[in-house]
Design a protein around this ligand. Structure first.
Ligand code: MTE
Ligand code: MO
Length: 364
């Protein structure tokens, strides 16, 4: 009998050149945001980027949904959605970015979801702080990590698994983390985790487990596929690497003017063009500076006041466009003194690429 290629896959290889059929199929499911929606402080719900490893679970009757906390808790508990909804409710504005954002600009690239720069969005998430529930269940001293299990199931690297990620008790008790059931004032859309998801501000998106049904306190380090086989910065396949955690400092530019249909290069008229964009960092570290690159010369942009460090900030810059071809770019610096690099730091799977965003503009 032939070897099952799903359970016994060949090792994936880095790729150059054109995208494969598989990458294009993934890109058609896991869409990025529309860069022009960066003009909105809150991304329109349908334009928020999407990343689903497997199939979107069809949850029709959320009345039957429950969340179980078990393992190393002093009082393991199962709570219904109705019980969660009756807990203290809060809404937080949070910018999420996929750790693989920018992967296609890393060379050679890893065949996976071929993100350009669009895997980022900001939403208002409504739910109850995870911390309350964890404290209520009581984390035992023996607990080393807390695992968040989604109900979505699939295969990667030959391993059949549900999507699951862990946090240390210290990270999990962070007061910003939400068990969320609403996005921008409506029930979570199915593809964003209906009826319940985690939202972990300041981290790359993989930590925000969707379709959350089970929280497990364990007395060892979680070695699930999505924790240790992927979401690790590695310089070579056999490198033990560093886990991917918080978002790196980054900024994007709203492409100015009007687009050419197929190349998406921009056309502007000569004179004043106000450039605008967004900047964010991870771990609640505020943005301190944004610069605009005009054909390679950097000038300071104005960064609007933003009190919530988990929410991207708006920046703008008045540019006098002159006739000809221009390369516009932007780069942000955060309060830790980290500035976006010009070149992507290479990583085997193309994670955490926070190199500068550049847009080609023709002025005529
Ligand atoms: N259960 C589950 N949770 C998940 C995922 C997933 O595939 N399954 N994808 C993760 C990744 S990699 C990202 S970037 C975010 C994307 O969230 P969004 O699709 O709501 O924007 O969800 C995370 N949570
Ligand atoms: Mo992601």
């Amino acid at each position: 009998m032939a070897t099952n290629p799903i359970l016994h896959p060949q090792a994936r290889q880095h790729a150059h050149g054109e995208f494969s059929h598989e990458e294009l199929a993934l890109a058609n499911r896991n869409c990025g945001t529309l860069l022009e929606t960066l003009q909105h402080d809150i991304t329109p719900t349908g334009a928020h980027y999407l990343l689903n490893h497997f199939d979107v679970p069809a949850v029709d009757n959320a009345q039957n949904w429950s969340l179980t906390l078990d393992g190393h808790f002093t009082e393991p508990v199962t709570v219904s959605l109705a019980e969660l909804h009756a807990m203290p409710v809060t809404t937080k504005t949070v910018t999420l970015e996929c750790a693989g954002n920018g992967r296609r600009h890393v060379s050679p690239r890893w065949p996976s979801q071929p993100w350009g720069v669009e895997a980022v969005g900001t939403a208002q998430w409504t739910g109850t702080p995870l911390r309350n529930l964890l404290l209520h269940a009581g984390i035992r001293d023996t607990c080393r990590e807390i695992v968040f299990h989604g109900i979505d199931r699939g295969v990667d690297g030959g391993q059949v698994h549900n999507f699951a990620r862990s946090l240390t008790p210290e990270d999990a008790l962070h007061e910003e983390i939400l068990l969320a059931w609403k996005m921008n004032g409506i029930d979570l859309p199915p593809q964003h985790g209906y009826p319940l998801r985690l939202v972990v501000p300041g981290w790359y998106g993989m930590a925000s487990v969707k379709w959350l049904s089970h929280i497990e306190a364990i007395d060892y380090c979680f070695d699930g596929y999505q924790q240790t086989k992927t979401y690790v910065y590695r310089q070579s396949p056999d490198d033990s690497g560093t886990p991917v955690t918080h978002m790196r400092v980054k900024s994007l530019l709203v492409p100015p003017g009007i687009p050419d249909w197929s190349s998406r290069k921009r056309l502007v008229e000569p004179g004043l063009v106000t450039l605008q964009g967004r900047a964010w960092s991870g771990a609640g570290v505020p943005i301190t500076r944004v610069e605009v690159g005009l054909d390679g010369t950097w000038q300071d942009a104005t960064v609007d006041q933003c009190d919530n460090p988990y929410h991207w900030c708006n920046w703008h810059f008045d540019w006098q466009a002159s006739i000809g071809q221009h390369l516009l770019s932007c780069r942000a610096t955060d309060a830790n003194g980290h500035t976006q690099p010009l070149q992507a730091p290479w990583d085997t799977a193309g994670f955490g690429n926070n190199s500068v965003h550049a847009v080609e503009v023709w002025c005529a």
